[in-house]
Design a protein around this ligand. Structure first.
Ligand SMILES: [Zn+2]
Length: 278
């Protein structure tokens, strides 16, 4: 079911990890950001759009993680964009002929592996590096690219509507998940990304994270502060007092503590190895 969160901006929530697909109404069709996860959910979204008399004019993937790279045939054949670094990372992934089988295997414990359609997976058109806005016939959608959660990760700021689509940042259920594979200083990268988002925070009325609850204006600053505190605690090797970790985690999200422990351990090994924090 599509839910309006601002004028001309609607959200479709997937069951898996409370993933949010975002629809922005344009002059000739909609922009669809991170369409969702399971086959029936994306089919439901396609139905909702056709009920509204809308077609998809353009797609966008906020970053090159599997749950943001899916597509459904009923969503049509519009160009699907990503940042240049996002698209290059996906191309790299898909150059491995076993990539899709690996995703299916990775999904086995979730029980939804056979519900995740991979035929149209990752067919992303690279936007030229430094592209400032999504090229489409609709309201301005500013691309705020940063190196934090994944290579070429982009938040989108729909300025006229006061909506920030945060990708896998600023979630109320997921802690910041650092990109520990691709960058020299993942902690500093993450802090820099939060500063970038902070730069627009004052103009944001509605915050849509890739996973979790849609937040109002009051949530934007609060989530930035909480994510920064979490990342700083990681850097210092402290146990963060964070409601998303430990016994205060929301039911169904207990596994976030494992994510936290995993990245804390990897960071500790990293700093032991090269004597630098992070
Ligand atoms: Zn995600």
């Amino acid at each position: 079911m599509l839910r309006q969160v601002a004028e001309g901006v609607l959200v479709h929530e997937s069951e898996f990890c409370q993933s949010n697909a975002v629809v922005v109404q344009g002059r000739a069709g909609v922009l669809l950001i991170d369409p969702g996860v399971q086959d029936h959910e994306m089919a439901c979204l396609a139905n909702d759009l056709s009920d509204l008399g809308q077609t998809v004019a353009a797609g966008f993937s906020t970053h090159p993680d599997w749950d943001h790279l899916l597509w459904h045939p009923r969503l049509g054949a519009a160009p699907r964009y990503g940042t240049a670094r996002c698209a290059a990372t996906v191309r790299d992934q898909l150059s491995d002929p076993g990539a899709k089988a690996e995703i299916t295997a990775h999904l086995a414990p979730t029980g939804i592996a056979d519900q995740v359609p991979l035929d149209l997976y990752g067919l992303i058109t690279a936007l030229p590096a430094e592209t400032a806005q999504i090229p489409w016939d609709g309201t301005q959608v500013r691309i705020i690219e940063h190196q934090a959660h994944a290579p070429g990760h982009a938040a989108l700021f729909i300025e006229e509507r006061g909506v920030l689509v945060a990708g896998d940042m600023l979630s109320d259920v997921l802690v910041p998940m650092l990109d520990l594979d691709d960058t020299a200083d993942p902690i500093e990268d993450y802090l820099a990304a939060l500063r970038l988002l902070e730069g627009v925070a004052g103009d944001v009325d509605v915050l849509v994270p890739g996973h979790g609850s849609v937040g109002g204006a009051d949530q934007v600053h609060a989530r930035i502060v909480r994510d920064r505190a979490y990342v700083l605690a990681l850097r210092e090797g402290h146990v963060p007092s964070d409601p998303r970790v430990g016994p205060s985690a929301k039911p169904g999200w207990e596994w976030v503590s494992d994510v936290h422990n995993g990245q804390a351990q990897r960071l500790a090994r990293r700093s032991e190895r090269d004597g630098t924090p992070g």
